[in-house]
Write a protein that binds this ligand. Structure first.
Ligand code: GLN
Length: 230
C-alpha cells in the first residue's frame, strides 16, 4: 500500500523568527521545534502542514480551530492553560535581560525601571517587562528578530527574552555587541499547544514525544541544535 496515502494532516502554527527553535533559512522553516514536530508527526502518523504566523496570533488560531497545534517556543503557563492544552514539556527555558555590551548601568532586572525595553507582543517576556516599567517605555514588536536587532543597533536600552534565543543571537549575529545581565528571571517549560477539544491530537503527540525520548531521536535533535546532551 502507498506509504503516505491515508495520513491525516496536522496543521501546525509557528512564528518562525525565534532561532534556534524556528526560523526560515533558504525559504524553508528550520530549527529545533521544526525537527521536533517533524519527528513527532512521523511517529504519530500525521502529515505535517507547517504555517508561519505571528506569535500573538497562535492562541487565537488554536481557539478558532484554524490550526491543530502550535510549536513556537511557547512556555506552558496557567494563563494559557485556561484556553489551550499543552503537551508534556519538551524544553526547559527561562527569561533573561540583555543590554548593549557597552551599557554599564543596567546590571539586572531591577535597573530596568524607566528604561526603554523591547519585547515581543504576547510573550512571557512582555509580561515581565510590564512588571518593571510603564507601558509607554516598552516597545512591542510582533516579530522577535526585530526585538533583537533593535537592541543590537541601540534603539532600545534592553530586551527581555528567552535565554536560549538570546544566547544563539549573540553567538551567531550580535557577537560582542550584546551581553546578558543578571540571573535568569524565570524557569519556563516549552510545550506544544493544542486546542482544548482536540484531545486525540494531544494524546498522540504526548505518546510520540515519549517514544522519541526513549528511542534516542529527541536526543539526536537536541544535540544537533544545542551541541549537548539533553
Ligand atoms: N517562551 C516565550 C513565551 O512563551 C516566548 C515565545 C516566543 O517568542 N516564540 O511567551
Amino acid at each position: 500500500q502507498p506509504k503516505d496515502a491515508a495520513k491525516p494532516k496536522l496543521v501546525v502554527g509557528s512564528d518562525a523568527a525565534f532561532a534556534p527553535f524556528e526560523f526560515v533559512e533558504n525559504g524553508k522553516p528550520t530549527g529545533f521545534d521544526v525537527d521536533l514536530i517533524t519527528a513527532l508527526c512521523e511517529e504519530a502518523g500525521y502529515e505535517l502542514d507547517f504555517r508561519n504566523m505571528n506569535f500573538d496570533g497562535l492562541i487565537p488560531a488554536l481557539q478558532t480551530g484554524q490550526i491543530d497545534a502550535a510549536v513556537s517556543g511557547m512556555s506552558i503557563n496557567e494563563e494559557r492553560k485556561q484556553v489551550v492544552n499543552f503537551t508534556d514539556p519538551y524544553y526547559k527555558s527561562g527569561l533573561i535581560v540583555a543590554v548593549q555590551a557597552k551599557n554599564n548601568d543596567i546590571k539586572g532586572f531591577d535597573d530596568l525601571k524607566g528604561k526603554k525595553i523591547a519585547v515581543q507582543s504576547g510573550t512571557t517576556g512582555a509580561k515581565m517587562a510590564e512588571k518593571v516599567t510603564t507601558k509607554d517605555k516598552i516597545v512591542y514588536f510582533s516579530n522577535s528578530d526585530q526585538v533583537l536587532l533593535d537592541l543590537k543597533n541601540g534603539s532600545v536600552d534592553a530586551v527581555i527574552n528567552d535565554y536560549p534565543v538570546l544566547k544563539y543571537f549573540m553567538d551567531k549575529v550580535a557577537k560582542n555587541d550584546v551581553k546578558l545581565v543578571g540571573e535568569k528571571l524565570t524557569s519556563e517549560d516549552y510545550g506544544i499547544a493544542v486546542p482544548k477539544n482536540k484531545t486525540e491530537v494531544l494524546e498522540k503527540l504526548n505518546a510520540a514525544l515519549k517514544k522519541i525520548k526513549e528511542n534516542g531521536k529527541y536526543a539526536e535533535i537536541y544535540k544537533k541544535w544545542f551541541n549537548e546532551e539533553p
